[in-house]
Design a protein around this ligand. Structure first.
Ligand code: AMP
Length: 214
């Protein structure tokens, strides 16, 4: 099973990807996490990407496509789950090309749907572990100890730079302009599964699993 996750920032893609990858034995690939790790490591790619991420813009397609291509070529599990890729039509076409070369194809594109004002509220309350990138929500998915990751208690949870309100508004605009056209792209290929992303994590996971078996 090779899954693509679509939806605006803050819709819950990362949380669901983590749960489902564990449940189905899939390799989860979160391009945002990969790029942030490059930024922290100060690699040439990270230095180049930093300005795009901080401004809430997309990193150029060729950089991202190459990064995903390298990963998928090494994947030897039962399939993958792409969280945050593709984000443009060019990336979706790049993905199709690279999968064809590997004798694979996208099984489904899951699009999580949540009202925009809820997404903005979620991002304002989102905190991330700087070590494992696990995401918490101060309102609905708080850590066991305030401000600390459950799995890395020494690590203080952080607010991502690009989760500040002005950058969030810009990222949502970028989503509408560049990523939302993928909904039609996958609908036309009969691969689209639109799932209500509102409510408790387990309920959303249940809806995704049900949509995949239809
Ligand atoms: P995310 O963690 O998925 O919200 O991604 C954070 C940031 O990383 C985005 O705002 C982009 O700057 C960059 N990024 C992540 N995935 C991609 C992608 N597929 N294409 C271009 N930029 C990306």
């Amino acid at each position: 099973m090779n899954l693509v996750f679509l939806g605006p920032p803050g819709v819950g893609k990362g949380t669901q990807a983590r749960v489902l990858a564990g449940q189905f034995g899939l390799t989860a690939v979160a391009t945002g996490d990969l790029i942030r790790a490059e930024v922290v490591a100060g690699t040439p790619l990270g230095c180049e990407a930093k300005k795009y991420i901080e401004a809430g813009n997309l990193v150029p397609d060729d950089v991202i496509i190459k990064m995903v291509e390298d990963l998928l070529a090494r994947d030897n599990r039962q399939g993958f789950l792409l969280d945050g890729f593709p984000r443009t039509i060019a990336q979706a076409e790049g993905l199709e090309r690279m999968l064809r070369g590997l004798g694979r194809q996208v099984s489904a594109a899951v699009c999580l749907v949540v009202a925009e004002e809820k997404v903005v509220q979620r991002l304002g309350n989102r905190r991330m572990c700087p070590i494992c990138h696990r995401v918490y929500n101060l309102l609905h998915q708080a850590p066991l100890v305030s401000g600390r990751c459950d799995d890395h208690p020494d690590a203080e949870l952080i607010l991502r730079h690009d989760d500040d309100p002005a950058t969030v508004r810009h990222r949502l605009q970028v989503y509408r302009n560049q990523t939302a056209p993928l909904i039609d792209y996958y609908r036309q290929r009969s691969l689209l599964k639109e799932v209500d992303g509102d409510g408790p994590v387990e309920d959303v996971t249940g809806r995704i699993v049900a949509s995949l078996s239809r």
